[in-house]
Write a protein of this length. Structure first.
Lengths: 214, 308
């Protein structure tokens, strides 16, 4: 139920429109049917999941673009738990762990947040910052952060715009927002993508392992 | 199943948990005690027990700090016995139809296999139903309200199930089985496979409350045959079911054989269902909240039992 660098093999890719041309030139060959590719002449589309076999709805012409290893992470500006706007660019110059999670105060997300909290010092020691992103509003994030004494920033991706832009795949046939973590290097390039919906603590193990070995 | 946003259930005196897999009627919940909880400041327990058939005498709640173990509401009444008899009759009719048809048709494997599938699926059904009732709705939920309340009461005082007499324990499921299986007995003839499945599945569901009660008993109090069946995994084991009564109260929901428990828990089946319901309907299951008096077993009562 987990995978490195690629969307997990038990999810279907989200259907997105690719609209940030300067990001992402994936080295992986596109697996999209020709009809989709022809709509974006000149743009190489990355859909590197080995099991992203297009379903019938997928082939209708939506374009999938997602951030994979080697991609330059697209910039975003979101509100944090205190309502302050935070840009990803603020963290340039050091590695960043950006983890997308379904929702505050759900069991898996709580386990994941607490695991990041408990290992936060190790992340700091590796020189990295941690950012959690979900579709919850700042007040929800504030309560969640306070309740579990989370030392890192939580960002509100209301409307799940950034989630879609980064191509975080949904789980269970789109019923569940996906749980995917990206490790960005100090230049903002994605070095690791890890997806695992139901074993949230593994996100900490894998990203920490990666940072410590880098 | 009615699913409502969770809100604090109204506490009542202890109610016994019931499972009604094919329940087509409102389940009847009996108070297994008529006393207030040990610490009145913890809960707002309504002392008056819920009254189920009017003919039954419901002892008025006595203000006491501990449950009364020989409470009449734990005993079987003739109404209970009649329902259990009718449930058993419908199950036996189904099984005998399966047997006679199998003999006439000279088929054995298919009805036996159908029966086995019935046994296996009864366990799965018991788990899914139990999960739903444990996590969603409250005492005001239409149709399921009393069962939900009873399940919560069972979590507070799990040991009282071991004090409940046989027909008292099974009658609600027996009633559901009667209404479900009787039509099949009358309509379906000469179908050994169908009756094999129905007979075994409904029988397991009806007796699941007995299996449940046995899972709450101590080993020394159980017949050797029951212990052997539990140890063999044919009936739900005491240890497996005990895990359901421990925080975080979100696992080991199946109570026939428990064969599905490991699969459902390891695959995070219920967690996935809970997440889907949360994102689609906005309802949070009870098991997501911190353990509170909804779930927490009253250990004082447990210690009382040991004194007896």
């Amino acid at each position: 139920m987990s995978s490195f660098s690629l969307p997990t093999n038990h999810t279907l890719p989200s259907l997105l429109h690719y609209h940030t041309p300067k990001a992402t030139l994936s080295q992986n060959p596109s697996l999209l049917p020709k009809s989709s590719q022809s709509q974006f002449l000149g743009l190489k589309l990355s859909n590197s999941s080995p099991l992203s076999i297009p379903s019938s709805s997928y082939v209708k012409g939506s374009i999938v673009a997602k951030i994979t290893e080697g991609s330059l992470a697209p910039a975003f500006t979101l509100k944090d738990q205190d309502g302050k706007t935070v840009s990803l660019s603020k963290f340039k110059g050091k590695p960043v762990v950006v983890y997308f999670y379904p929702a505050d105060e759900t069991p898996g997300c709580t386990k994941q947040a607490c695991a990041f909290r408990d290992s936060y010092e190790k992340f700091k020691k590796a020189g990295a910052e941690v950012i959690g992103i979900s579709g919850d509003d700042p007040s929800s994030h504030k309560a969640f952060k306070q309740k579990y004494k989370l030392p890192f920033t939580l960002l509100s991706d209301e409307g799940n715009r950034v989630r879609k832009e980064w191509g975080v795949p949904a789980d269970l046939f789109g019923a569940l927002p996906g749980r995917q973590t990206y490790v960005l290097d100090k230049n903002g390039v994605v070095r690791l993508v890890y997806n695992n919906q139901f074993q949230p603590e593994k996100h900490i193990d894998e990203t920490l392992k990666f940072l410590q070995s880098a | 199943m009615a699913i409502l946003p969770r809100h604090n259930p109204t506490f009542r005196p202890l109610h016994h948990a019931r499972l009604s897999h094919h329940n087509s009627l409102p389940a009847r919940i009996y108070c297994s005690t008529t006393t207030t909880p040990a610490k009145p400041s913890r809960d707002q327990i309504i002392k008056r027990p819920t009254i189920v058939p009017a003919a039954l005498v419901q002892t008025a709640a006595t203000v006491s700090t501990r449950p009364v173990l020989n409470d009449p509401s734990l005993q079987s009444t003739w109404s209970h016995r009649v329902w259990v008899a009718s449930g058993c009759t419908t199950v036996l009719i189904s099984l005998s139809k399966s047997l006679t048809t199998a003999v006439d048709s000279h088929i054995w494997i298919e009805p036996i296999l159908a029966g086995f599938i019935g046994y296996v699926l009864a366990d799965l059904g018991s788990g899914i139903y139990h999960w739903g009732i444990d996590n969603y709705g409250d005492s005001e939920t239409p149709f399921f309200g009393k069962q939900i309340e009873a399940f919560q009461g069972h979590h507070k005082w799990p040991w009282t199930i071991t004090r409940r007499q046989f027909a008292n324990n099974l009658h609600a499921l027996a009633r559901a089985v009667t209404f479900t299986v009787l039509p099949l007995d009358l309509i379906c003839n000469d179908n050994a496979v169908l009756h094999g499945f129905v007979g075994v599945c409904s029988g397991c569901i009806m007796f699941s409350q007995q299996f449940h009660a046995w899972a709450h008993c101590t080993k020394s109090k159980l017949p050797a045959a029951v212990v052997a069946l539990q140890d063999a995994g044919i009936l739900v084991s005491r240890s497996q079911h005990a895990a359901h009564h421990r925080s975080p109260y979100n696992n080991n929901y199946c109570i026939v054989s428990g064969v599905w428990n490991e699969i459902l828990d390891n695959s995070k089946f219920f967690e996935a269902m809970e997440m889907i319901l949360f994102f689609k309907l906005g309802v949070r299951p009870r098991s997501w909240t911190e353990p509170n008096s909804d779930w927490t077993e009253e250990t004082e009562s447990a210690s009382l039992i040991s004194e007896l």
